[in-house]
Design a protein around this ligand. Sequence first.
Ligand code: AR6
Length: 231
Amino acid sequence: EKLPSQKETENVKLSSCKASEVTEGGDFPRKASDVPTLAFPSISTSDFQFNHEKASDIIVEKVKGFLDEVGNVRLVLVDLSHGSKILSLVRNKAAQKNIDSNKFFTVVGDITRLYTGAGLRCNVIANAANWRLKPGGGGVNAAIFSAAGPDLEIATKDRAGSISPGSAVVVPLPSTSPLYKREGVTHVIHVLGPNMNPQRPNCLGNDYIKGCKILSEAYSSLFEGFASIVR
Ligand code: AR6
């Protein structure tokens, strides 16, 4: 199975993007689809219950810092629903900071179906992982492990057995994985964010001094991991 060429993809719909919200089948900067692109979920803001207002500040600050340093890349924040509070907070704050909407935008959709569902090529996707780097458990972690098949579990075990909050593990995806074949994803970067949910391990209680530091480190680790692939 071969992915359509870039030209074929562009022919589907050539459009430039003004608004920075993108929906499935929507408009976004397709012309730039050969630019290395990282799609990432909002780390820690669902199962790990991290405050959305604080998380959105951190996302925008880290995205801006990374894009100021590294050229010719795109970052895409993804969430499942149009009603996503984190997406709208981030969009508004990114616009206030004049972040280039060709280099950073948000997409509503399933991170495991960005190419087939939305026509968006993302060669790298991030996972909001658990500390054991195990499949399942719900959320985006379950979706990514399930879409990638056992290849991802094996490749992950080769790299690391566990992960500490604030860090990331870059995993090259074998070309036999359905996520590679169908979506063109070559790497998954597992990220462990801070946990504010008392039902989950290493809960920080309500310590947002620590929580914000760890979330900030998590995005630094993620973006450094992406830069190491692109370089
Ligand atoms: N595509 C795009 N975004 C998604 C998808 C998807 N398929 N599924 C969820 N999201 P969460 P956390 C969004 O809970 O808070 C897991 O069980 C979701 O709406 O996945 O870091 C792990 O094993 C939210 O915006 O991650 C850990 O134990 C974002 O992804 C724990 O949950 C992150 O939500 C990690 O919790």
